[in-house]
Design a binder for this molecule. Structure first.
Ligand code: CA
Length: 227
């Protein structure tokens, strides 16, 4: 499952990230409310873990804005000890659950899993964009009915683009998402992999589905073709 962690404290963030990754989850970790906002809007997460005291935009404000933007992802808030008012405020602002610091990792994991079990599940198994169809359970991709073969990274990149079809994704978003902490911002690895995907998908297309948005990043075109 894909989780977003918004936590400014290094020690706690690393502790949570490591534990969740060991439990088999994919985790994006950002350290201020503004980035939390950008990530939460840019990607569909299964659960968001949100510290309430954050720089740039605090957790309450972020909660309000996400719920006002119809982001329905379950949100688990982290609050300081003895801050009873914060818990109430957080729940009123749209949080689904809260956990008081300090906590045992096993309790965090139990609560995340409880939120993941809540219907409706937002993750679709089969993604369809234009002529592309991805079955995320079988990990297969068909283009115009023809089975295509992808490396692990290519597949992850394509899934990310398909889940965010129509939205512009920056090189940094893509790099951090697919390569995580190994991503080096000056590298051209994103462009290289976009090139690999194009060779497999768009080589003979009159209207390429993978679009470059100059100076920004890339977008998968999800608009129906002109007749
Ligand atoms: Ca904090």
């Amino acid at each position: 499952m894909r989780l977003l962690l918004v936590e400014d404290e290094d020690g706690i963030g690393k502790f949570i990230c490591q534990g969740l990754r060991e439990a088999g989850h994919t985790v994006d970790w950002v350290q201020d409310g503004q980035q939390g906002w950008e990530y939460a809007l840019g990607t569909v997460y299964d659960v968001i873990i949100l510290d309430l005291m954050l720089p740039k935009k605090d957790g309450f404000e972020l909660l309000h804005e996400l719920r006002n933007s119809a982001v329905k992802t379950p949100i688990l808030c982290l609050t300081a000890r003895d801050a009873v008012e914060d818990r109430v405020r957080g729940l009123n602002a749209g949080a689904d659950d809260y956990l008081v610091k300090p906590f045992d990792f096993s309790e965090l994991l139990a609560r995340v899993h409880a939120l993941l079990r809540r219907p409706p599940l937002q993750v679709e198994d089969v993604l369809q964009v234009g002529d592309l169809e991805m079955d995320t359970l079988r990990r297969t991709v068909h283009h115009k009915g023809k089975l295509l073969d992808f490396s692990q990274r290519e597949y992850m990149l394509l899934e990310y683009l398909m889940r965010n079809a129509g939205q512009v994704l920056t090189r940094t978003q893509i790099g951090e998402r697919i390569w995580g902490f190994d991503f080096y911002h000056e590298s051209n690895v994103v462009d290289v992999y976009i090139g690999y995907l194009r060779r497999k998908i768009d080589r003979e297309a009159a209207e390429p589905i993978i679009q470059t948005v100059r100076g920004v990043g890339f977008r998968l075109n999800d608009e129906p073709k002109n007749a």
